[in-house]
Write a protein that binds this ligand. Structure first.
Ligand SMILES: [Zn+2]
Length: 474
């Protein structure tokens, strides 16, 4: 059997699937469904996979819009992770000027329409490869809902659906062609609901116990706490209920917190102290409180073995092939962002000089995040503590365009994003073929995983018995 020729096939298979993949990415882009409401998007993925001979099951982790598609049998078991949730308020036409399709509506401002479709295509390509090659091997695709609110993979992980994987592979659309070698912040997300007693705010305030006072004092306490936690921790909150009107002492008030830190155990330490702050606020104000734990996730555990294998393929596949029309669109989008913003971003990530001059990244960049912790969080973290996990990045929008923006929504519905997606699919599928063909590579990735986890088992960050939410968190 001529294996190198078969690998070329993987690239050709993905070229052949490109039109279909783009169609799925565009459908999902148009549906623009928020996390936990991605019914049409999940169905589009399920249909694509069922058509290609995958067995599809729905509802993993108690999530209506989660799906798992499987093909083949035996070892190794390679899982591709996809997402399809949109973001509120980022509706936007495929245009270089800000113009929402639906005023205030959701849009794919993080490119998850590309992420999902690209991961599906990679899974299908690996299946086609294995079908031709014969022998053992299982391909799995995980449709993971509600990444933006850090729900999907955490509840799915708690359900144990990743535990028999030999490796997990995913990507994220971005502005640079590279591979992730770094980590990200772990997080807890919880609402604190304070209960007091109403009273006339002028007539008999002495009879009232203000839940809003408790929220405010909790926030004051949290702001004093900042200086006495590790400097890398991030504590942020929004008041989601501050009472009705000023002449009523509020009996109910609510504040929503995120606590982030580079390591899961650090999040747990800071979070425990925040609970004490909430207790103090309740004691001071004569109120009571409930904690509504929404979700939590792990930091990403990098796997350099997988990262290097994918980098080798990325160098071979090369940057996306943008044409002059794509570049014209990219230049106009880039012009909507302050030049200073791009520079600051490139300085922060310590980018090579060539990136300052490029509009779209047309080269392959050596990983920039080795040994670093991304301040944001992703539920890919949970999977990465269960099995060796790879994340690829490709250029889908101009360098320096901020994430979660209308510009990203525009590019995610444009050939710019689609061409970036194709490169990601190829790198993911080719790396997966490596893992199937070279058991020693898989063993090395596993060894690194064991070394980094120090043999610690994944323990869900969710309180025991917590049911998956059924509607979007707002
Ligand atoms: Zn994202």
């Amino acid at each position: 059997m001529d294996k190198p020729a078969l690998k070329t096939d993987v690239s050709e298979i993905l070229d052949g699937l490109f039109e279909e993949t783009v169609a799925v990415s565009l459908d999902v882009w148009k549906f623009a469904e928020l996390g936990l409401e991605e019914e049409k998007s999940a169905r589009a993925h399920a249909r694509f996979l069922a058509d290609k001979g995958f067995r599809v099951t729905e509802g993993a982790g108690g999530l209506r819009t989660a799906l798992i598609a499987e093909w083949g049998h035996g070892k190794p078991v390679i899982g591709f992770l996809g997402e399809y949730d949109a973001l509120p308020g980022l509706s936007q036409a495929v245009s270089t000027e800000q113009s929402p399709l639906v005023q205030g509506g959701p849009g794919h401002g993080c490119g998850h329409n590309l992420l999902g479709a690209g991961a599906v295509a990679a899974a299908v390509a690996l299946k086609e490869y294995l079908a031709k090659r014969g022998g053992e091997g299982t391909v799995r695709y995980y449709g993971c809902p509600a990444e933006e609110t850090l729900i999907g993979k955490v509840f799915m992980a708690t359900d144990g659906v990743f535990s028999d994987l030999d490796a997990a592979i995913t990507w994220h659309p971005g502005d640079i062609n590279t591979v992730a070698m770094g980590s990200s912040n772990a997080v807890n997300s919880a609402r604190f609901v304070f209960h007091g007693r109403t009273a006339h705010a002028a007539g008999d305030p002495h009879n009232g116990r203000s839940a809003l006072d408790a929220v405010e004092l909790m926030n004051v306490g949290a702001n004093y706490l900042r200086e006495h936690v590790i400097p890398d921790a991030r504590i942020h909150y929004v008041i989601t209920d501050g009472g009705g009107q000023p002449n009523v002492v509020p009996a109910r008030a609510e504040v929503w917190y995120y606590v982030r830190a580079p390591r899961r155990n650090q999040v747990e330490e800071v979070y425990a102290r925040l609970l004490d702050v909430a207790k103090g606020a309740a004691l001071m104000t004569g109120t009571a409180f409930d904690v509504v734990f929404l979700s939590g996730c792990y930091d990403v555990l990098p796997n350099e073995t997988l990262g290097q294998a994918a980098m080798a393929w990325l160098r071979q596949v090369g940057a996306p092939a943008f044409d002059e029309r794509d570049m014209e669109f990219a230049r106009k989008i880039a012009a909507t962002v302050e030049p200073r913003q791009k520079e600051q971003y490139l300085e922060r990530v310590n980018a090579p000089q060539e990136l300052y001059e490029q509009v779209m990244n047309t080269t392959v960049v050596e990983p920039l995040d080795k040994g670093k912790v991304l301040p944001a969080s992703t539920d890919v973290g949970d999977v990465s503590w269960i099995t060796p996990t790879l994340q690829v990045y490709t250029a889908c929008w101009p360098i320096g365009v901020p994430g979660h923006s209308w510009q990203v929504t525009a590019c995610s519905g444009h050939p710019l994003g689609q061409k970036g997606m194709l490169v990601a699919s190829k790198v993911m599928a080719l790396t997966a073929v490596d893992l199937v063909e070279k058991p020693e590579l898989l063993a090395q990735a596993r060894e690194e995983f064991v070394r980094r986890t120090k043999g610690r088992e994944y323990k869900s960050p969710l309180p025991e018995g917590l049911a998956a939410p059924v509607s979007p968190l707002r």
